[in-house]
Design a protein around this ligand. Structure first.
Ligand SMILES: Cc1ncc(COP(=O)(O)O)c(C=O)c1O
Length: 436
């Protein structure tokens, strides 16, 4: 396997010391205390590959924010140029040029009425803001609705508000829920759900949840259930849910935090079905992994009602770092690369090739289903243990996937080329062969 001069990074001079410092002082996110994340300590990245502090090389299919890859000189250049000009503006008191450019750019990918963007720092914050905005809007219309309908297996973030939306066990918490939520269970299993026959069942489950109980404020959906098990939804689902929302007078909030910016073969996954949400929340790919940034994009009619706010006559929400100039620069450079290199189309094409290679493994190494959407590839195995074994073998063979329970997911940078896809699939074949 290739190695790289790890001295180019500033962490790797003493890997043992770096690991012991990590074990002693760092609290890793979403990690059992007995697990040791410093076992995989990364130090360097270029294109679709990363190196650890020992100089081992991996094809990275785990770092899903890195849509235009590692070490991209254009993104670097844009960030450092902005940092040298002006590194901080509190946008509740002033503005900077990149804010308008980025908001206009996001609007350019969307239908005209979905045109007004609030910047945040993460997907979770985006959901806190989206729910607060929806509730305020309902109140300005005199409706005062608060109930949210969403997938039990959805995931929208880890703040108290955003995690309350989810019915997944890890998002449970010890505080009072801020809003009433009706969770919709999947009517069929994760591998059957993507089939067209599942659409009426899933639509009926949402229709029931919307119509039983107090009128809902909003229906919140991901176009693909990421954390909930890498689940592909049946074609037509977003259109069905849009119609249900219109009938019930509820807002449709689409979570494109994971799916946005080319990952699923379209700029936004809701464009696969020509569906226009009332509120679209995005993050991850927007900053290309170079900066923390999220966007809550709303229809202009929602924005306009905020003049009725009784306290300030506008939105009472924001962070001192919202719309950070360096993050906006990173996002604009990332979008330039996505557009110039047609990364959404590439995700559709290369995802199809990789799906074909991985699908050959159904029945091997406890793999029970292989599915995908653009450059999101999902391998469902028989158990979390089986997924763990396969994931460890993949890492030993130089490819990093993400594990979520019994599911493994590959989300490589969208700049990956055919050679990279072939190398990844070859390494996968070798890793699976060792497990029989
Ligand atoms: C669909 C979806 N929504 C929201 C979030 C939360 O985003 P963040 O981790 O940036 O807070 C995630 C993160 O994985 C996600 O996949």
């Amino acid at each position: 396997m290739d190695t790289v001069d790890v001295v180019t990074s500033n962490v790797a001079s003493d890997p043992a010391l770096a690991r012991s410092r990590d074990r002693r002082y760092v609290w890793h996110t979403w990690t059992p205390l007995e697990a040791d994340r410093s076992e995989l300590m990364l130090s360097y990245g270029r294109g679709y590959r990363v190196w650890d502090v020992d100089g081992r090389e991996y094809i990275d299919a785990s770092g899903l924010n890195a849509v235009c890859g590692y070490g991209h000189p254009d993104v670097f250049g844009a960030i450092s140029n902005q940092l040298s000009r002006l590194h901080h503006v509190d946008i509740s008191v002033a503005s900077h040029e990149l804010l308008g450019l980025l908001a206009e750019r996001i609007a350019s990918y969307l239908p005209e009425r979905l045109s007004r963007t609030l910047f945040v720092n993460s997907g979770s914050e985006g959901f806190d803001a989206a729910i607060l905005i929806a509730a305020a809007y309902s109140s300005y219309l005199g409706a005062e609705r608060t109930r949210i309908v969403t997938f039990a297996r959805g995931y929208h973030g880890s703040t108290v508000m955003s995690r309350t939306l989810s019915g997944l066990p890890p998002t449970g918490h010890w505080l009072r829920d801020p809003v009433p939520v009706t969770h919709v269970e999947l009517p069929v299993g994760s591998s059957a759900l993507r089939r067209p026959e599942s659409l009426p069942l899933l639509t009926a489950a949402f229709e029931h949840a919307i119509n039983v109980g107090e009128p809902p404020l909003a229906v919140v959906v991901e176009p693909f259930l990421n954390v909930g098990g890498g689940i592909v939804l049946p074609p037509g689902f977003l259109q069905s849910v849009r119609k249900l929302c219109d009938l019930a007078g509820a807002l449709l909030i689409v979570d494109e935090v994971f799916t946005g910016y080319g990952r699923t073969g379209r700029m936004f996954a809701c464009q696969r079905e020509d569906v226009v949400p009332d509120i679209l929340v995005s993050s991850k790919g927007l900053g290309g992994g170079y900066a923390a940034i999220g966007a809550v994009t709303v229809q202009q009619r929602i924005y306009e009602t905020f003049g009725k706010d009784p306290v300030i006559g506008g939105l009472r929400y924001g962070h001192t770092t919202s719309g950070h100039p360096a993050a906006c620069a990173a996002a604009l450079a990332t979008l330039d690369i996505i557009d110039a290199e047609q990364l959404a189309e590439r995700a559709e094409r290369l995802g199809g090739i990789l799906l074909g290679r991985l699908a050959a493994h159904v029945g091997v190494a406890d793999v029970v289903d292989v599915r995908g959407l653009g450059l999101v590839l999902v391998l469902e195995t028989a158990s979390a243990q089986a997924a763990g074994r396969l994931n460890a073998s993949l890492a030993a063979h130089g490819v990093l996937f993400r594990q979520q329970g019994q599911v493994l997911m590959a989300v490589p940078p969208l700049i990956i080329d055919e050679e990279g896809i072939t190398a990844m699939a070859d390494r996968f074949d070798r890793a699976a062969a060792t497990l029989g």
